[in-house]
Design a protein around this ligand. Structure first.
Ligand SMILES: [Zn+2]
Length: 820
């Protein structure tokens, strides 16, 4: 055995010891096998075959590198997943059955040269001399046997220089049948309901609202006080509701008495809550009430035994407490402060100053030595720090916010040595497959895209693009939702997209953030095509029509109604703040103009375009009707470009809608028809704009049949219906949803003013001739009769353990219709 072979080979025992120690980045496990520290029987018997795994497909940037995390050994490579509670850690292994293997990397095909940093090391890097598709090969040999494994790398040009700038949500008006009704449900029902719930002190499900702040303030003042209530991150729904109220207060009520009354309640609530929140901030700026108060006794879910009160003497940023959501709650606080400050026009800086104090507290403790390393179990602080850093730069100038952006990157760069569940199994820049908890994942990828935007780092660019590709082309639902739920609240393997999906509302929010930032990075409409899909389906459908109930998870096979509250303090505020931030999703800004990403009847001002502010008045009934008119009102006449997104409904390789429906038609400026150039998915209209100039165009909308890639077993012989960005459901309340649609049945869109406040339905006939009616996915489950009470819980089996779960009720509202 040569020295090289010694260096590059790793025995199975060493490998598992490495996992057990949760070591750093030097050893990386190819994520291909689902076993959790399991030794296949054949392996234990000494019969496991020689194996080599080259890694997952990915995208690399020209002039950047890709990280090769090959694996060589016997049997299956292990996968870094957390052991389940009560399960033992890594097992002791017998010595491997064969001699240590050697590895060799080589190029199998591709248009340019490939340079491996060390072609004899399983863990190394490769760089490429030309863009295009490459196949790399990992050859593994032990002197008797040789095996090999392939890896596809697509090498792309890096994103264009000069990213887009976000458009902050500031006071705006909505003039849209769909969006006025959705915003009103949020403003008059959902947000006031959240306020009431958070003010309550008697909740048994999902407790821990403003009372935690009140008690923490008492603790800080040395007064008698209660324990912390609810999850360690229960501060999240307070911060997110503050943010949602701040945004809701920026929406013009246009004389609607109910909206005006709800906004008055929000103002009064902010007046009440803000001093309470500020009083719970520790003198050094730290803010999380679960660290200021004692935590309540808990019950172990397996043994039923009571776990005593935990002391409040938790160290901040202590690795055994990565799961305590310190960055998660801190991040939402920073984000709430941005929108509150903006809503007050910069007049009330109380939350902004407190947020700076909190961000500074993090900055003073977390960083390169002598400060400490840190990463959180639940990502959010990273993207919040970038958003906050940009906001501080804008508000105070002189690059004063840069340090927060640097801290965000430092938090990401610390992330390694853990498990796939929270995306710490590898350094983030070496992650090319979307894995683990879906919300944590998309928050990571969203924050990584921020770092790619802010730094131009090619490792971050390549990882963000690869993760995007992994989701959109292999792990993405037709509703724009993510997370099949096959791993804990998370992603499953490629193409494994069961329709009893997880698709948490927060993962839809995170998916929107991720796609939106990719749009800013690439200046390409593709990403806005995708977040429009998630916004109109995955996210909009999380609330009921009245705004009184919500879904935590959004399976495509729906079988339960929405509910008013939940034990987990995440989605309830995230849904409203994300849905109401419409101007940010609608527009982006470049040095030379405005990008129009969404079509919603509204009046929004985009500031600082070619040296002037531009009011944009969209008149449209989209998505019910494809006619759009945009009146452009610059404060002073200026030359700039307006780029209008040309919808492409077939971005994901997983789904194909027919007939083609997308594109843009009959574009006219001030009544004169023109043929704009199309660049990166945008129709470009560059001219000197003066107040009152008008662009008219049509976005063709028609009913599409969508079929899934044959690799998605769950959708085999099924078809989904789509109209514009809207995916449709058929519901048992209207028809027998087990029936099949014939391939040639005519389908038509029809306006129904009396259904669900006015909605475009799709009508057709099933193969047996009976009528079919489909409603938009976001409007699903608003008319279904209440379910019968659930059967009593089955008794636990004798001898302890958990009782078997009752079978879930069958779906009564579905996206994928059987096709005859
Ligand atoms: Zn959530």
């Amino acid at each position: 055995m040569t020295n090289d072979a010694t260096k590059s080979a790793m025995t199975r025992r060493e490998l598992l010891e490495t996992i057990g120690k949760a070591a750093g980045s030097s050893v990386v496990l190819a994520p291909l096998v689902r076993t959790v520290f399991a030794i296949p029987d054949a392996m234990a018997a000494g019969a496991a075959p020689l194996n080599g795994v080259a890694g997952v497909d990915r995208i690399a940037m020209l002039r950047g590198k890709t990280y090769l995390n090959g694996w060589a050994g016997y049997g299956d490579p292990p996968r870094r997943q957390p052991p389940r509670r009560g399960e033992p850690g890594p097992p002791q292994l017998p010595e491997p059955p064969g001699p240590p293997p050697t590895v060799t990397w080589s190029k199998q095909s591709g248009p340019g040269a490939v340079t491996f940093a060390d072609p004899r090391a399983p863990v190394t890097t490769a760089t490429f001399s030309a863009p295009g598709a490459y196949v790399l090969k990992l050859t593994v040999a032990n002197g008797q046997t040789t095996v090999s494994s392939q890896l596809n790398v697509t090498v792309e040009l890096p994103p264009p220089a000069g990213h887009l700038d976000p458009v902050a949500t500031k006071p705006y008006e909505i003039d849209s049948r769909l969006w006025n009704s959705r915003a009103k449900a949020l403003i008059v029902s959902w947000i006031p309901h959240c306020i009431d719930q958070i003010n309550r002190t008697d909740l048994t499900q999902g407790p821990g609202g403003i009372d935690n702040f009140i008690e923490a303030a008492k603790a800080l003042a040395g007064q008698p006080h209660g324990n912390h209530k609810g999850y360690v991150f229960s501060n999240a729904w307070v911060h997110q509701t503050v943010e949602a109220m701040s945004i809701a207060l920026m929406i013009d009520p246009k004389g609607d008495a109910e909206i005006i009354a709800a906004q008055a309640k929000m103002k009064a609530t902010l007046d009440d809550w803000i001093p309470k929140i500020l009083a719970a901030q520790e003198p050094d700026g730290y803010l999380q009430t679960a660290f200021t108060l004692d935590r309540p006794p808990r019950r172990d879910s397996t043994t039923g035994r009571e776990i005593p009160v935990e002391s409040s003497k938790f160290k901040h940023w202590d690795p055994p407490h990565r799961g305590d959501h310190e960055g998660y709650t801190a991040g939402y606080f920073l984000e709430s402060a941005i929108n509150h400050y903006t809503m007050t026009g910069g007049k009330d800086a109380r939350l902004y100053n407190a947020a700076k104090k909190l961000a500074d507290c993090w900055y003073d403790h977390i960083g390169p030595a002598p400060k400490q390393e840190w990463f959180d179990g639940h990502q959010e602080m990273e993207q919040a720090l970038v958003r906050f850093g940009r906001f501080v730069n804008e508000t105070e100038g002189n690059g004063k916010g840069q340090k927060y952006i640097q801290l965000a990157k430092f938090l990401f760069d610390c992330r390694k040595g853990g498990t796939e569940y929270d995306q710490s199994h590898l350094p983030v820049v070496q992650q090319y497959e979307a894995v683990g908890h879906a919300v944590r994942a998309v928050y990571t990828y969203s924050g990584m895209t921020d770092i790619a935007i802010e730094t131009g780092d090619s490792d971050y660019q390549a990882a963000a693009r690869s993760l995007w590709d992994s989701i959109v082309n292999r792990k993405y639902y037709v509703t724009g939702g993510v997370g099949s739920g096959e791993s804990s609240e998370g992603f499953g393997p490629d193409y494994s997209l069961r329709n009893r999906a997880y698709c948490e509302s927060c993962s839809s929010c995170g998916e929107i953030f991720f796609q939106w930032k990719m749009n800013l990075l690439y200046r390409d409409a593709t990403y806005a095509d995708l977040y429009e899909e998630t916004l109109y389906n995955g996210l909009l459908g999380s609330l009921d029509h009245e705004g009184r109930n919500f879904y935590y998870d959004n399976p495509l096979d729906a079988n339960v109604p929405r509910y008013p509250w939940h034990s987990c303090p995440c989605c309830v505020g995230n849904i409203s703040r994300t849905l109401l931030m419409l101007p940010t999703w609608m527009y982006a800004r470049s040095a030379d103009g405005i990008y129009v990403n969404l079509f919603i009847g509204s009046t929004v001002t985009v500031e600082n375009v070619a040296g002037t502010d531009v009011q944009l008045v969209q008149a449209t009934d989209y998505p019910w009707n494809g006619k759009v008119s945009i009146t452009v009102n610059p404060k002073t006449s200026k030359r700039f470009a307006i780029r209008i997104r040309v919808p492409n409904r077939n971005v994901s390789a997983l789904y194909k809608g027919t007939p083609e429906s997308g594109g843009i038609a009959s574009v006219a400026v001030n009544g004169s028809v023109m043929k704009p150039a199309i660049e990166h998915g945008y129709a470009v209209i560059a001219r000197t704009w003066k107040a009152g100039d008008r662009i008219d165009f049509t976005l063709p909308l028609q009913v599409q049949r969508v079929r899934a890639n044959e690799k998605i077993a769950a959708d085999k012989d099924r078809v989904a219906l789509r109209y514009g960005p809207l995916v449709y459901n058929i519901e048992q309340v209207d028809q027998d949803i087990a029936k099949a649609l014939g391939p040639s049945s005519a389908l038509r869109a029809e306006w129904n003013a009396n259904l669900l406040g006015g909605v475009m339905v799709i009508r057709g006939t099933f193969a047996d001739g009976s009528p079919l009616m489909a409603i938009p996915n976001h409007a699903r489950y608003n008319r279904n009769p209440p379910l019968p009470p659930p059967p009593p819980a089955p008794a636990p089996p004798p001898g302890g353990g958990r009782a078997a779960r009752p079978a879930p009720p069958p779906p009564t509202s579905i996206v994928w219709i059987r096709e005859a």
